[in-house]
Design a protein around this ligand. Sequence first.
Ligand SMILES: C[S@@+](CC[C@H](N)C(=O)[O-])C[C@H]1O[C@@H](n2cnc3c(N)ncnc32)[C@H](O)[C@@H]1O
Length: 331
Amino acid sequence: MRTTWCRKPLSQRCAQPAFPRKWVRPSPVRNRLTEEPTRVFEQVPDRIRTEIPSAPKLSDETFVLLRDFIYSKTGIYFPEKKKYLIEGRLGKRLQLLNISQFEHYLQLLKYGQQRETEFESLCNIVTINETSFFRNEAQMNAFQQKLACEILSKKNYGSRILRIWSAACSSGEEPYTLAMLCLEHLKPRFPDLHVEIIGTDINTAVIEMARAAEYSHYAIRSLPELYVKKYFDNTNGIYRLRAEVKELVRFEYKNLINHQTMRQMTHFDFIFCSNVLIYFDQQAKIQVIGDLYDSLNRGGYLFIGSSEMLHRITNAFKLVSFPKTTVYKKE
Ligand SMILES: C[S@@+](CC[C@H](N)C(=O)[O-])C[C@H]1O[C@@H](n2cnc3c(N)ncnc32)[C@H](O)[C@@H]1O
């Protein structure tokens, strides 16, 4: 499924100050979703280009403005100690665009004609996408050995649809792990089972990788040999997931902090939202967890990262304990 940005029709867009041409040079940036080159900025004279310094410096004041902008749009909160990360990673983006100052880049993000495209690039740059297959084995055991069977036993024969959402799925390892578990353990037990897994993320580059479903030898390091042999084709060290696994999963762009798009996600039996809450502040966590609660069916389960907790965020869920993990049930 193709992901699209929700652009307002031109007529509905508010009048914005024009982004001054002199700050940037042309940059044909490839839209990772459509694969169409997008002309981001307009031409600037050579005279200005040569004046641009190589590594832009980020002042404390602009860091706060940039940090607040990122937070308001994504929920990701960068404390002062992470200023170096923003300066380093975004500094390279500024250099690529030949923008000399972070202040100008912020204006571009807020008011530039291509602000939506640039916001996509920003998300691709500032997010941390660490993930792996079977990242949380205790959770996968609880899912496969107990909870999925519990949910499926309550569904009628012939209408056994299992709906799973891997929210903030990065390059797809988590939803594909779930797909392999369904094929390996649930399908033999429930032959009428129909599995629908949706993987979503705010980073369009990792979504593209997830859709491609091609992994390096390093990426499959934590996969049991059985799964590698049964569900991947290895060509010259590239491990391609087989169609039977891929077809259980679809990927979409979704920003967890966007209340409106979150409300479209409904009727899930399981939601895995792991290792992303750590980047949010308390307020953003409360909002996102509230929306995830609404997205679950009654009797459904939420899984979060092993270092994350819902203490002081919500007490709407019932805590269910398993060896080495806790799962949150919507009663
Ligand atoms: C560390 S990875 C976790 C991946 C996977 N869930 C796991 O546990 O292995 C965090 C992911 O959250 C995504 N992310 C960060 N903020 C997000 C937001 N507001 N909406 C959706 N995804 C977000 C990042 O792009 C990144 O891929």
